[in-house]
Design a protein around this ligand. Structure first.
Ligand code: TYM
Length: 344
């Protein structure tokens, strides 16, 4: 049985990296797979959040999912904290994961910064909660951007170790699926021409919500003027665009803008270069502004419309949490039986 799971943190407004690296791929997978899409509010707490801002961000991310094309009737959309089994399985994952594995996580090192003694324990355990999110649904496919690759490798390691550590119990209870054990090893789905969208100000830095310059990213809530300004100001180099992909090597800003164009238009980078190769950036940027406004402005508009009715959004999350819980609870109960917990 195939099942897709993925999620985004409600820490601030989603940006073009979230959209092209993940959300557009979710929308595509929704046509062929059973999908569970989570707003990971428990992950957001690993760094301090103002409670009113967190609430707003949870609704905003939900609105972004729907505005981008996730259908809450077809796919499950919910926020993590409403299905308490995420926290329960995360504890089991904490006890399976090894300190040595956690110490290798590069995102923790980046986010904790120099003052590591002062980072939250939650930030350190973050990837283990992410593993729990995925395993709780026995998800087989996880569509994410390139920056989540290491976390997915850890998820597979945790699943594998659980399967090995409890192999006799899994067999005895008849809960194994073939030679795989209890948890399937989830496949990372890192797809498309924009797997790692870079900052518009510096092609060697990832586009991220934490960048202090708003000109570094296009937010899904930006209006047409803001989108146009940011693209016009985006860093480029003085050369003309190449006609072939290998001509982008060593030109991170050019490669990024071509990848963004490809992602937004749903074609490969090579096709974009066939069209614009040999031309100057000015012409290409004008075309990119038109394309970005055409694709993104309707999403911003739809988000505004949805956010005008927060109760409607909360109802979608509540109904989604019920459907998610219906999948998660039996799996969590099996995990409890496997590890030896008593259930009355
Ligand atoms: P988050 O909230 O940082 O990002 C959400 C998704 O957007 C992708 N992404 C990008 N893709 C391309 N270019 C970029 N510049 C860029 N920035 C972000 C991310 O790869 C991600 O797919 N740990 C996850 C959330 C999470 C999760 C999960 C994901 C929690 N549990 C279970 C999948 C399955 C995160 O922090 O994503």
């Amino acid at each position: 049985h195939q099942r897709v799971f993925s999620g985004m943190q409600p820490t601030s407004t989603l940006h073009l990296g979230n959209y092209l690296g993940a959300l557009t791929n979710w929308v595509a997978m929704q046509e062929t797979h059973e999908c569970v899409f989570c707003v990971v509010d428990m992950h957001a707490l690993t760094l301090w959040q103002d409670p009113a801002d967190l609430k707003r961000a949870i609704r905003e991310v939900t609105a972004a999912y729907i505005a981008a094309g996730i259908d809450p009737q077809k796919s499950i959309i919910f926020n993590q904290s409403q299905v308490s089994a995420h926290a329960e399985l995360a504890w089991i994952c904490n006890c399976v994961a090894r300190l040595g594995w956690m110490n290798r996580m590069t995102q923790f090192k980046e986010k904790a910064g120099k003052d590591r003694e002062n980072a939250s324990l939650g930030l350190y355990a973050y990837p283990s909660l992410m593993a729990a999110d995925i395993l709780l649904y026995k998800a087989t496919h996880v569509p994410v951007g390139e920056d989540q690759k290491q976390h997915l490798e850890l998820t597979r390691d945790i699943a594998q170790k659980f399967n090995n550590d409890f192999a006799p119990q899994i067999a005895e209870l008849g809960l194994g699926t073939g030679e795989l054990g209890f948890f399937p090893l989830p496949e990372p789905m890192i797809m498309g021409p924009a797997q790692r969208v870079m900052s518009l100000r510096d092609g060697t830095k990832k586009m991220s919500k934490s960048d202090t310059s708003d000109y570094s990213r296009i937010n899904l809530t930006d209006d047409a003027d803001a989108i146009a300004q940011k693209i016009r100001k985006a860093k480029t180099d003085p050369e003309a665009l190449p006609s072939e992909e290998k001509g982008l090597e060593g030109r991170p800003e050019a490669e990024n803008l071509v990848g963004i164009y490809a992602g937004l238009s749903g074609v490969a980078k090579s096709a974009v270069l066939q069209q614009f190769g040999g031309g100057q950036f000015s012409g290409f940027k004008a075309a990119l502004v038109d394309l970005a406004v055409e694709k993104l402005a309707p999403i911003a508009g739809e988000m505004r419309r949805l956010l005008a009715e927060p109760r409607h959004i909360d109802a979608i999350l509540g109904a989604g949490a019920e459907r998610a819980g219906a999948i998660a609870t039996p799996i969590m109960n099996e995990v409890k039986d496997i590890v030896g917990f008593v259930r009355g």
